[in-house]
Design a binder for this molecule. Structure first.
Ligand code: NDP
Ligand code: 2IT
Length: 460
């Protein structure tokens, strides 16, 4: 393997700015972690001007400390399949920063999971959680386990083995995991069951639990609903609304499903869904009945979205394609990272897209983000637009701590308020003349609270 220098070269013109020098050190210290570098670069780009004029941040080395996870846990997850064969996966928990609250963030089970992906997600989570106004630090975890094609019993045995190690690192006041890609109601149930069994404690150690055992109403809906509320707030700054607008949605999992549900409630017209196999386009619009069918397909039968086009006449299936060539006014990327490249972004803008609200984490590559910012469309980055999920997780923690349960309406009112307040923070820090740069706004607003807390707490 090539030797990587830890000293930045001051002679390379491309590393001439403070951000470039900082990034060179991050890359040298964390080689082979492109997703982590990408997420860090975006934040550092936004916050460097603030750090430059704040000696306390420089003195406390806030940036250097923010990019170093407080703790990284990696462990073996052995399990036995239905035929009696033994497998071993790798489990992770990245506890990134706990300056403003216990570590908080989801678990992802997907074959693409590695240290780089989880560090990027944990890093994003620090600023996202700060934006929610609730007291939560940032973390992420998961495994390269692929739940696809596994029986319920196999998934259960995997979750139990995963928790056999994770349980000693988590707790309601220390670290509270939740779901993400590949981790939904079923997995949270098995994980909670095993935690309760081996820790001999019934407590709010996970969020996204079933309402029967301490879960919050609206938690499954929260990320998708929140992404639509955020789009609504952005459109309102232009005196506009969702009513009657064509929306393109990627993914067909938790976030995509409840994005579609809320869009329908707001009389918008969702026309696409996708999964790892391809995209379905339904020019007639995905209505409530079709959405119910998709929920059954994806959450119960766990089949491919291609079946939608066999079931509903008029719908087209585009194998191996993403939905970004389909003309729309609104786009809700809700599948995974880097799913919108620069060409996709240009196509969206050229076809008349005026608003992008990211349900997924980091779905747009940096060059694509530049396309949206240059075109001055309404662009809500994931750490602001999808914060509704973790916000309701925070509300679930509050309910568990108070041994109480709030109604759907009570939680929804709070979710709505939190999304409005995140939007206000983005405008406060991101407005220049008439244009709001929500990327800068979200990064700076999220950063300042964490940085101030770190300064006040000393070097720990
Ligand atoms: P789900 O597992 O419920 O659904 C994921 C969807 O994305 C599926 O349709 C899946 O397709 C598709 N997908 C996943 N990976 C890929 C890939 N590499 N290429 C193409 N398609 C892919 O996950 P969620 O809906 O919970 O998560 C979606 C996004 O939202 C993620 O970026 C997640 O980090 C983010 N998010 C989730 C929150 C939550 O509360 N759940 C909160 C905030 C953000 P297939 O069915 O074929 O696997
Ligand atoms: O990316 C995210 O914000 C999540 N997957 C939700 C995290 C949580 O703790 O609810």
């Amino acid at each position: 393997m090539a030797q990587i220098t830890t000293k930045p070269s001051r002679h390379m013109p491309s590393y001439s700015t403070k951000v470039d020098l900082f990034m060179e050190r991050v890359i040298a210290r964390n080689p082979h972690e492109p997703e982590f570098h990408q997420a860090v670069r975006e934040v550092i780009d936004s916050v460097m001007p603030v750090v430059e004029v704040t000696p306390a941040y420089q003195q406390a080395r806030i940036l250097e400390r923010l990019v170093e996870p407080e703790r990284v846990i990696m462990f073996a997850v052995p399990w036995v399949d239905d035929r009696g064969e033994v497998h071993v996966n790798r489990g992770y928990r990245i506890q990134m920063n706990s300056a403003i609250g216990p570590y908080k963030g989801g678990l992802r089970f997907h074959p693409t999971v590695n240290l780089s992906v989880l560090k990027f997600l944990a890093f994003e989570q620090v600023f996202k959680n700060s934006l929610t106004t609730l007291s939560m630090g940032g973390a992420k975890g998961g495994s390269n386990f692929d739940p696809k094609g596994k029986s319920d019993n196999e998934v259960m045995r995997f979750c139990q083995s995963f928790m056999n190690e994770l349980y000693r690192h988590i707790g309601p006041d220390t670290d509270v995991p939740a779901g993400d890609i590949g981790v939904g109601d079923r997995e949270i149930g098995y994980l909670f069951g095993q935690y309760r069994k081996i820790a001999d404690r019934f407590c709010g150690v996970l969020t996204g639990k079933g309402v029967e055992y301490g879960g919050s109403s609206i938690r499954p809906e929260a990320t998708g609903y929140g992404a639509v509320y955020f789009a609504e707030e952005m459109l309102a700054t232009h005196g506009d609304s969702l009513h009657g607008k064509r929306a393109v949605v990627s993914g067909s999992g938790n976030v995509a499903q409840y994005t579609v549900e809320k869009l329908l409630e707001r009389h918008a017209k969702p026309v696409t869904l996708s999964d790892s196999g391809g995209t379905v386009v339904d020019e007639d619009g995905i209505d409530g009945e079709k959405l119910q069918w998709v929920m059954q397909l994806k959450n119960v039968r766990r089949g491919p979205i291609a079946e939608y086009a066999e079931k509903f006449t008029g719908a087209k299936y585009l194998p191996n394609q993403k939905p970004w060539n389909v003309p729309c006014e609104l786009a809700f990327p809700s599948a995974t990272q880097n799913e919108i490249d620069a060409d996709n972004a240009r196509t969206l803008v050229a076809n008349g897209c005026i608003c992008v609200s990211e349900g997924a984490n980091m779905p747009t590559v940096p060059e694509g983000v530049d396309v949206f910012l240059d075109a001055k469309i309404l662009y809500g980055p994931g750490k602001a637009a999808n914060a509704g999920g973790v916000a309701v997780s925070g509300l679930e923690m509050t309910q568990n701590a108070g041994v109480t349960h709030w109604t759907r309406q009570e939680v929804d009112v709070q979710l709505r308020k939190i999304m409005q307040s995140i939007h206000e923070s983005c405008v406060k820090y991101g407005r220049k003349d008439k244009f709001v740069n929500y990327v800068r706004g979200a990064n700076v607003a999220g950063f300042v609270k964490v940085a101030d807390a770190m300064v006040q707490q000393g070097i720990v």
